[in-house]
Design a protein around this ligand. Structure first.
Ligand code: NAP
Ligand code: GCO
Length: 264
């Protein structure tokens, strides 16, 4: 059974993985035996990431690449194939959010979010699939969100992108399943990372942020998720243990989607 979850001999590319959820997922994939490749948008962040991986005993291969830029992505994937090996596992993790009331959001701001959160997973998946087909197998994991299923105030662009990412996941699964490529999603709940730090900041009087209290009441687990909570699900979807799982969004949310919420 342990062999089913082994990633020995596999090359895993995790986008935007200098820290946060991507870093935690890459660390878990390494523990299962994968060789880790990651990118970030500038060399400073890539170097910070390489150092952080080294501190965990992981020799990660870092590349500077803006995942919204198709030429940069194609060049990065070609370099990875030359310097490390063909990408067996792709985790489309890089993402941004802009919390702005929709009627105050500019079209450019909307486009920026969709560009990173939806267009980029298309661009990077398109870059790695041909070699996966040649190799006869591949795993693509798209990091979706609660907002792939639910909306809330101020996150219109993000929800539209993550909803689209859910359907892109299902379409890649449909179009490339015959080549033994499985494409699935992970839908994290509310995870304590830099992206959600503004939602957890203590109030001036030292009290909890209202959103912090709200999420704890909406989560049966009664807590925010840790990035490390996503490692096991990622190893499962990256391994042979999930070879007949395709087009599925695995929600790792402490039960938020199942729960009406604690009575105040
Ligand atoms: P984060 O802390 O903001 O990290 C995002 C990462 O993506 C950073 O390393 C960032 O690099 C990178 N990135 C952004 N734009 C990029 C681009 N154009 N090219 C390359 N890298 C880029 O976010 P996180 O909380 O770890 O979230 C990671 C993923 O999980 C995102 O897709 C997010 O939507 C999703 N997610 C998060 C939560 C949560 O509660 N935290 C829940 C569900 C889903 P820089 O630092 O250089 O900008
Ligand atoms: C927000 C949060 C969420 C989380 C995550 C939940 O402002 O509501 O940032 O969007 O990041 O996507 O799954």
């Amino acid at each position: 059974m342990s062999q089913l979850f082994s990633l020995e001999g596999k090359v895993a590319l995790v986008t935007g993985a200098s820290y946060g959820i991507g870093f935690a997922i890459a660390s878990a994939l390494h523990e299962a035996g994968a060789t880790i490749v990651f990118n970030d948008i500038n060399d400073e962040k890539v170097q910070l990431g390489i150092k952080a991986y080294e501190e965990k005993g992981i020799k990660a291969h870092g590349y500077v690449c803006d995942v919204t830029n198709e030429a940069q992505v194609q060049e990065m994937v070609a370099k990875i194939e030359e310097e490390v090996g063909v990408v067996d596992i792709l985790v489309n993790n890089a993402g941004i959010i802009k919390r702005i009331p929709m009627v105050e959001m500019t079209a450019e701001q909307f486009r920026q979010v969709v560009d990173v959160d939806l267009n980029a997973p298309f661009i990077v998946s398109k870059a790695v699939i041909p070699s996966m087909i040649k190799k006869g197998h591949g795993k693509i994991i798209n990091i979706c969100s609660m907002m792939s299923e639910l909306g809330r105030e101020t996150v219109s662009a993000y929800a539209a992108a993550k909803g689209g990412l859910k359907m892109l996941t299902k379409n890649i699964a449909s179009e490339y399943g015959e080549y033994n490529i499985q494409c699935n999603g992970i839908g994290p709940g509310y995870i304590a990372t830099p992206q959600t730090a503004p939602l957890r900041e203590k109030q001036p009087d030292g009290s909890m942020h209202p959103f912090d209290s709200f999420i704890r009441a909406k989560t049966p687990a009664g807590r925010w998720g840790e990035a490390e909570d996503l490692g096991g699900p990622a190893v499962f979807l990256a391994s042979d243990a999930s070879n007949f799982v395709n087009g599925h969004i695995l929600y790792v949310d402490g039960g938020i989607l199942a729960y009406i919420g604690k009575q105040p």
